[in-house]
Design a protein around this ligand. Structure first.
Ligand SMILES: [Zn+2]
Ligand SMILES: [Zn+2]
Length: 391
């Protein structure tokens, strides 16, 4: 059963509205209040999360069991380079990660439930179901918006028995929905390493400890952590993406600052890696007469899709959602704070094909809006079978 054209048009209008008015992480107050006004008009109950733009919208708040859908509110510090008529009106800020699409999908579902084109079963013989839309601030910026939501009493009151998210994917054709059971998206931790020692004249390196050379050795040695100290069966990535040595052609600086990322798909491997990274950086720097100070800022955990939920939803959509093609997608080394929900609640994070085109986080990203209809058809099918959204 395709979704009504009026629902698609509504979701598209919401998408264009929020796309034109993007806001940065933790500052999405206008976006939140626009969506809240729409949801209120549709008869949804609203619950705000204190001190953040994040909020919940609840359908059937007296329900006994809830199912959840997460949409992010934030945009990125990117200057939009599309010529769309609804391009960003906020200079230097752009919805380049598809969060505008994710919000529009949530709002389309809100309208479908309000107008009866998606039905949640109720009755004496079955639990009465409700839906919680989780509108999350600040997904793009550590520590992410999810921890504050998950620890709130507001979320505890409507805690869903399972939770879903779509993420726009410009490597998939419109119509495709990407599934991956089990560990799917990586953990992501930020590395900050400072190598310090004695600098001096570039012509007299023997009178220095050359922190630049030591830092270079640290970079090389850290690749051995990944290649030789962690199990080869678990994917991992270690990247140093910034090196700052403010010397000159003839000046060896006293200090080199480096930044990077470590990512993997297993929490135990993640713990092992943190210890190894610190030890290797410190010892290598020491071996050359320098010190290394290592700070690892913990980012998002590994995102694990609940395998049974993944299988059951894939079966349901393959059988009942004519306009979606379910495909298997590989693991990814990118991260999403949806992982926090999925640590506590059976979660399913699906990739939504938006047509092959410019990548996420680029100024030319421009998803095919027809994908809104695909996601909404899928959610309409899920609403028919809430008992299969997890126990
Ligand atoms: Zn992003
Ligand atoms: Zn995103």
């Amino acid at each position: 059963m395709p979704i009504p054209q009026s629902i698609f048009r509504y979701a598209q209008a919401v998408r264009r509205r929020v796309h034109a008015h993007p806001e940065l992480s933790a500052q999405e107050w206008h976006t939140a209040s626009y969506l809240q006004a729409e949801l209120e008009a549709l008869g949804w109950s609203l619950v705000t999360i204190p001190d953040t733009p994040s909020f919940l919208a609840v359908w059937n708040p007296r329900g006994e069991r809830f199912i959840g859908y997460r949409a992010e509110l934030d945009a990125l510090p990117i200057a939009e380079a599309t010529d769309l008529p609804y391009a960003s009106e906020n200079a230097g800020i752009m919805h380049a990660c598809g969060h505008d699409m994710h919000m529009a999908i949530a709002m389309g579902l809100a309208k479908m439930l309000a107008e009866g084109s998606a039905i949640l079963p109720t009755g004496d013989d079955t639990a009465s179901y409700g839906v919680v839309l989780v509108f999350e601030s600040s997904e793009e910026l550590l520590p992410g918006g999810a921890p504050a939501i998950l620890s709130s009493s507001e979320f505890a009151r409507y805690r869903p028995q399972s939770i879903f998210a779509f993420h726009a994917d410009p490597s998939l054709a419109t119509g495709q929905i990407g599934f991956h059971p089990g560990p799917f998206m990586a953990s992501c931790d930020e590395l900050y390493i400072t190598v310090s020692g004695q600098g001096g004249h570039g012509a007299m390196p023997h009178l220095t400890t050359d922190p630049v050379l030591a830092a270079a050795q640290v970079i090389v040695a850290l690749q051995a952590v990944r290649a030789r100290m962690l199990p080869p069966f678990t994917p991992s990535v270690l990247t140093i993406g910034r090196v700052e040595a403010l010397g000159a052609t003839n000046v060896i600086p006293h200090q080199v600052k480096m930044q990077g990322t470590f990512r993997t798909h297993d929490e135990e491997v993640r713990r092992q890696a943190h210890a190894r990274i610190a030890t290797v950086a410190e010892r290598v720097a020491e071996s050359m007469g320098n010190t290394a100070q290592v700070e690892i800022r913990h980012g998002y955990p590994v995102l694990v899709n609940a395998p049974e939920l993944c299988q059951s939803v894939r079966q349901m959509l393959s059988a009942e959602c004519e306009n979606a093609e379910c495909v298997e997608v590989p693991m990814r080394m990118t991260a999403d704070d949806f992982a926090y929900y999925a640590q506590q609640i059976p979660g399913l994070y699906l990739r939504l094909g938006v047509g092959v085109g410019a990548g996420l986080h680029t100024s030319a990203f421009s998803p095919d809006e027809q994908a809104l209809g695909v996601a909404l058809s899928a959610l309409q099918v899920l609403c028919r079978h809430p008992e299969r959204w997890g126990s």
